[in-house]
Design a protein. Structure first.
Length: 312
């Protein structure tokens, strides 16, 4: 705290140490009061269930044991060992990897192309197109899945279009080789709007004077995109990549609503496998599978951050 003398020179006045401490303590109490509602919700709905699930994953808890909790035995890491030896879980891991490796690049590519079009190409009715492209994100997933089931049915809209071309339409959701592409396509359709909005925000943050200077030096549109826009967009690319990867690693709605993991387990994800095991009453095993998802999300996110953060 400073004051001025009659001559105009600053005069330093120091508050007593007790006053400074009481002020800092008061600010700390106020900050904790603001954080208290969030902490209460986090502890009740996240921390306690997570700790409980971790404990369940180390036991042989089943649905039949709920009436007699004392019958539950501690089995350590046996559930995790069982998962690694379960061919169904291993296949679910492979399906989840396909979701990530195919869904993330397609979603990012489609979102980036649309964001680029909205930022540079589409001038009229830009807000209308932005709303249309983002609509799948907020659409009711159950209603959307019903429409997709009808469209990809053997007598659905897609096969009608194929028949008009003189071809025989396949059983999209009943063929193990075709069901996965349909489920991935639904996931891409539902999530490209999120990628588009984030990319559009990143594109609008790129300084235009840099592009103008490069254009004056003779750089074409493609060179400006590759050497100016893309490097400046790396933080956004990192964010979108991590968010989409986390989503696809936990993908549940699309395979559950379209195929319930079928046919023959060809679209069952790890999250859907966890749900099925919980429905079978295998609470300990399903808890272990849920922690396997947590480990996958953590490891993949760390790898992405390590690879992309230096460039960002």
């Amino acid at each position: 705290m400073t004051a001025t003398t009659t001559s105009g020179k600053p005069l330093s006045v120091r508050l007593p140490r007790r006053s400074r401490r009481s002020g800092a303590r008061r600010r700390s109490v106020i900050a904790w009061l603001f954080l208290l509602p969030f902490l209460a919700v986090f502890v009740v709905y996240t921390a306690i269930p997570t700790i409980a699930a971790l404990g369940f994953s180390l036991t042989d808890l089943r649905g039949t044991d709920l009436r007699n909790p004392f019958a539950v035995d501690f089995i350590g890491l046996d559930n995790y060992a069982w998962l690694l030896s379960d061919s169904r879980f291993v296949r679910a891991l492979g399906n989840t990897a396909i979701f990530v490796l195919v869904g993330v690049p397609l979603t990012m590519l489609l979102g980036f192309v649309l964001a680029l079009a909205l930022n540079e190409g589409i001038r009229r009715m830009r807000g209308v197109f932005r709303t249309i492209f983002y609509a799948p994100v907020v659409a009711n997933v159950v209603a959307v899945a019903l429409i997709w089931q009808y469209a990809f049915n053997t007598n659905g809209t897609v096969n009608e279009v194929v028949a008009n071309l003189g071809l025989a339409g396949p059983n999209w959701l009943g063929d193990p080789n075709l069901a996965m592409p349909v489920v991935i396509l639904l996931g891409v359709w539902r999530n490209f709007g999120t990628a588009m909005v984030l990319f559009l925000a990143g594109l609008q943050a790129v300084p235009q004077d840099v592009h103008e200077a490069a254009a004056l030096d003779g750089a074409g549109w493609w060179r400006r995109l590759w050497h100016i826009t893309m490097p400046l967009l790396m933080p956004t690319i990192l964010l979108v990549s991590v968010l989409l990867t986390v989503f696809y690693l936990q993908v549940f709605d699309e395979p559950y609503l379209l195929t319930d993991g079928g046919p023959l387990g060809s679209t069952e994800s790890v999250a859907l496998y966890t749900y099925h095991q919980f429905g079978f009453g295998q609470f300990g095993l399903s808890s272990a599978a849920s922690f396997a998802i947590l480990v996958m999300v953590t490891v993949v996110s760390i790898i992405q951050l390590r690879l992309l953060r230096p460039r960002a």
